[in-house]
Design a protein around this ligand. Structure first.
Ligand code: PLP
Length: 401
């Protein structure tokens, strides 16, 4: 049976309607396929999207960029992070959280996770700080916020910058503040599977006027707002977003609050049910979280309660039974690119807590254990009817031995 038919009980992704098609077609017809510059607009969509997304995320500034990877790189560069600086990154995330650090010529240092919330264990951060440490990248995995109040205290005490990788955390709120507003800057991804998407795309939010100007220069060829467009003041490159993506995102953003609310309600229901199955635990929202982006819904199982089944077999069985599931991110320290210390010429990686024997799972015990037993459901499952989620519960219960 084809996958689409097998998964017919679950919401498909992306969700689009006539408004999205009209928004795109209006850009085509306008002939303004490029946003232009802040002082000399060609199209209006990027500029309006930046305002609308900043307002939704409750930030002062938003700068739209080509994707969530360059969003992190640009934020680091604007904060002055560079050659040989160390940046502490959660070990349980997509490779981009660390590859952006490498792109900025800095050195990622991996931090193990909290066994219940699966995000950076803030209590381990101070132990990783050296004289070379300049920044921290907390990743709100699946939208689950890192304990940002504690992390901000550590950063202030040690004079470190924070870039919150909020690629999964559109709409997340921790202790009253939306994700991306706790640190110096917050970065987002609008890649195809994300909760707010235009296929590709990214954004950086911040609340500091000077930093916003610096980020703008970096992503637009070193230009300054309202200056001659062939004047290039600082080193920069072209990480701009196209008008088409801006138009689609504006249209998708209108649908987002309702979807976000449904995801949060359904996630509570789904968690309550799944935690009743002995041997299954779900990702616990960090205490203090009132809204969660829910980009992924990870669960951890105890193989001995399921007849010693491997996790590959576990998620394959779910897939074969029409339940969309996947493996989750292999911890960064286990990735081939971080097994060998050959990333960029001329950078001193001697302090890195990865490479060769240092990349051994034993040095990252929590994330290695969680990864070995963790699978994830995509966010779209949370937009499905409750009876479809009940089937997931019934199927997993039926695998109990
Ligand atoms: C945690 C995290 N950070 C950064 C990114 C990079 O985003 P993009 O794919 O838009 O470059 C992703 C993408 O999946 C991600 O999951």
């Amino acid at each position: 049976m084809v996958k689409k038919e097998r998964e017919k009980n679950f919401q498909e992704w992306p969700i689009f309607d006539e408004n999205d098609i009209e928004a795109m077609s209006n850009v085509v017809k306008s002939g303004k396929w490029w946003a232009g510059s802040p002082g000399d607009h060609s199209g209006e969509n990027i500029w309006k999207f930046q305002e609308e997304f900043a307002s939704f995320q409750e930030a002062k500034h938003c700068i739209a960029v080509a994707n969530g990877t360059v969003a992190i790189e640009a934020a680091l560069l604007a904060l002055g992070i560079g050659l040989g600086d160390e940046v502490i990154v959660s070990d349980f995330t997509f490779v981009a959280s660390a590859s952006a650090v490498v792109a900025a010529n800095a050195v990622p240092i991996f931090c193990d996770i909290n066994p219940e919330t699966f995000v950076m264990d803030v209590d381990q951060v101070e132990g990783l700080i050296t004289k070379r440490t300049k920044a921290i990248i907390p990743v709100h995995l699946g939208g689950n916020p890192v304990e940002m109040d504690k992390l901000v205290d550590i950063a202030q005490k040690n004079n470190l910058k924070i870039v919150e990788d909020s690629a999964h955390a559109q709409g997340s709120r921790y202790k009253g503040k939306r994700a991306g507003n706790w640190g110096n800057a917050g970065t987002f991804s609008f890649q195809a599977s994300k909760v707010l998407t235009s296929g590709e795309g990214g954004a950086i939010i911040c609340n500091d006027d000077e930093l916003a100007d610096k980020i703008y220069s970096i992503i637009d060829c070193g230009r300054k707002k309202n200056h001659f467009s062939y004047a290039h003041f600082v080193y920069g490159t072209n990480y701009r977003m196209s008008e088409f993506l801006g138009a689609l995102l504006r249209s998708q953003l209108k649908k987002f609050p309702k979807q976000h609310k449904v995801r949060n309600e359904t996630a509570t229901y789904f968690s309550e049910r799944l935690n009743k199955i002995e041997g299954i635990t779900t990702m616990k929202p960090t205490p203090g979280t009132t809204e969660l982006g829910w980009y992924i819904f990870p669960i951890v199982f105890r193989p001995e309660k399921f007849g010693g089944i491997s996790k590959e077999k576990f998620f394959k069985l779910l897939n074969q039974n029409g339940i969309p599931t996947d493996n989750c991110y292999p911890p960064l320290h286990s990735l081939r690119c971080f097994k060998e210390i050959k990333l960029r010429k001329g950078i001193d990686y001697s302090n890195a807590n990865w490479g060769d024997l240092k990349s051994n799972n034993k040095n990252f015990p929590i994330v290695s254990d969680i990864y070995s037993r963790c699978i994830e459901f995509p966010q779209r499952i949370l937009l499905s009817e409750k009876k479809a989620l009940d089937k997931v519960f019934d199927f997993i219960s039926s695998l109990k031995k």
